[in-house]
Design a protein around this ligand. Structure first.
Ligand code: GLU
Length: 495
């Protein structure tokens, strides 16, 4: 079995394309097949190296390794041209000498339209091209004389094209509905359907898995396979991915939410995003949702692919819901449950990027670092949270959440005196542990005649800038004696 992912490098890697890559990869890995990468860079105006790089990076980030050497479609253009000429020789394609200027000329267009009307009135095929039945001798002579021509496939007038799609079932199309498609433009440029088929034949592709938007091309491509006398691969088309309002997800309308790099840049764990992508239009028989790479490979099947479009559930006007809610939930699950040593590698990269990393987190403070991750990861949704909401654990420069300051500090003016006094007691707590900090705080609340909750909430905001977080005594312990006392005193100045 040989499968391929064949993106056009004309921009960012769309999550729909990333999903296509993933499904091809899963199917190949499951069945011991080969997974190939082909860059379809024939549109020289729109293809860029940067886009090719982002595709390769995206695949790498998702852990989708490809076999053999990557193929660039543009390198095969001569072979595509040769195939078109071979089809002319075999009488399966023909040269269309319609001058380019004529095709554009309004008068001529009108004349062609009139001819078409007349033809349809007399029952002849109105799509008939005047060059379709030119004798091969005349066609060869005109070509030899240098007259420019496009090459069109000679599609049978009658009959039916059929194939069995692994997802959408039996597909049928009358030949009479398919135009004599252009294979080569008059400037010699091979067109998409020809190039895809030639490359798939050359790469010995046995199974084509791609987006549902290619379903109509498939009929045309099968005609090309047949004309070339090549075996036709099996096809599976994948359901669309739609926005919440059921519009097609597009960069123009939905911005960065559709680009794979966004997820890397916004702190997704690759395994979590891969897991999420796998469930966009596919589900395993047992409906299990959290699936490792190995489990995905083991459970993947074409029969689990849905026909109905997958809907991306996000809210464009709410920053907290910037992407699909299940994606965020899944990422949080991975962050919460993955081995802490693995998480530490990712958090290190995040802290380095944010200028918060200290080398001792790998050496003398390694145990502290891992315990901090263990404690703070419980509520986080992305790796960015470690340098955002979690900033206070890694340095003194952090921001205060306004609402938290109002609610937990400013509501009770007495805290202006009480917090420095609490600071003094925390400073003297010996030994300095979670339990002794708790005892100190509760004893002082009793003494001052306030509820312990007042101190707990105030201390949380003073020490971390937030109104929610891990158990407060754990926070004292992680942040340490000196910084805890200092932050309690500093917070009194905010009141
Ligand atoms: N290059 C095409 C695209 O990016 C895919 C072609 C194919 O998979 O057959 O949509």
């Amino acid at each position: 079995m040989r499968l391929r992912f064949a993106p056009s490098p004309t921009g960012y890697l769309h999550i729909g394309a990333a999903r296509t890559a993933l499904f091809n990869w899963l199917y190949a890995r499951k069945l011991g097949g080969t997974f190939l990468l082909r860059i379809e860079d024939t549109d020289t105006q729109r293809s860029t190296d940067e886009s090719t790089r982002s595709i390769i990076e995206g695949l790498h980030w998702l852990g989708l390794d490809y076999d053999e050497e990557m193929v660039f479609q543009s390198a095969n253009a001569d072979k595509h041209r040769a195939a078109a000429l071979q089809l002319i020789d075999a009488g399966k394609a023909y040269r269309d000498f319609t001058p380019k200027a004529e095709r554009a000329d309004a008068n001529v267009k009108q004349e062609i339209a009139e001819r078409a009307r007349a033809a349809s009135a007399t029952g002849t095929d109105h799509r008939s091209n005047p060059f379709r039945d030119l004798s091969s001798q005349e066609s060869n002579t005109r070509a030899a004389a240098g007259e420019p021509f496009a090459v069109r496939l000679k599609v049978a007038r009658e009959g039916l094209s059929t194939f069995e799609d692994a997802v959408y079932g039996a597909q049928e199309r009358e030949h009479s509905e398919i135009e004599d498609l252009v294979l080569l433009r008059s400037d010699g440029h091979p067109l998409y359907n020809l190039s895809v088929v030639c490359d798939d034949i050359e790469m010995r592709i046995t199974d084509v898995i791609r987006g549902q938007d290619h379903l109509t091309n498939t009929h045309k491509q099968i005609l090309i396979y047949e004309a070339l006398g090549a075996p036709v691969p099996r096809f599976a088309h994948l359901p669309l991915i739609l926005a919440p309002n059921k519009a097609k997800l597009s960069k123009r309308k939905h911005g960065e939410v559709v680009s794979l790099t966004t997820y890397r840049d916004r702190g997704f764990v690759p395994a979590a995003f891969r897991n999420f992508l796998a469930l966009l239009g596919w589900s395993p028989d047992d409906e299990q949702e959290l699936l490792s790479r190995e489990q995905l490979v083991e459970k993947f099947s074409l029969s689990g692919i849905h026909r109905a479009p997958a809907v991306f559930n996000f809210n464009e006007t709410d920053a907290r819901q910037w992407t699909d809610q299940k994606a965020l939930w899944m990422n949080a699950e991975y962050i919460r449950t993955m081995p802490v040593a693995e998480l530490a590698v990712m958090v290190r990269a995040e802290l380095e990027a944010a200028g918060l990393w200290k080398p001792e987190y790998e050496t003398t403070r390694r145990a502290w670092f891992e315990r901090s991750l263990e404690v703070i990861r419980q509520r986080f949704h992305t790796l960015k949270d470690f340098s955002g909401q979690g900033r206070a654990y890694f340095g003194d420069e952090f921001e205060f959440d306004d609402a938290a300051v109002k609610k937990n500090l400013q509501k009770e003016p007495r805290l202006r005196e009480l917090l420095p006094a609490l600071a003094a007691r925390i400073e003297q707590t010996e030994p300095f542990t979670l339990e002794t900090c708790e005892a100190t705080l509760r004893a002082y609340a009793d003494e001052a005649g306030v509820k312990a909750g007042l101190f707990i909430n105030a201390a949380r905001t003073a020490l971390t800038g937030q109104s929610v977080g891990p158990s407060m005594f754990e926070v004292f312990d992680l942040i340490g004696r000196e910084a805890s006392a200092r932050r309690l005193r500093d917070a009194a100045r905010l009141i």
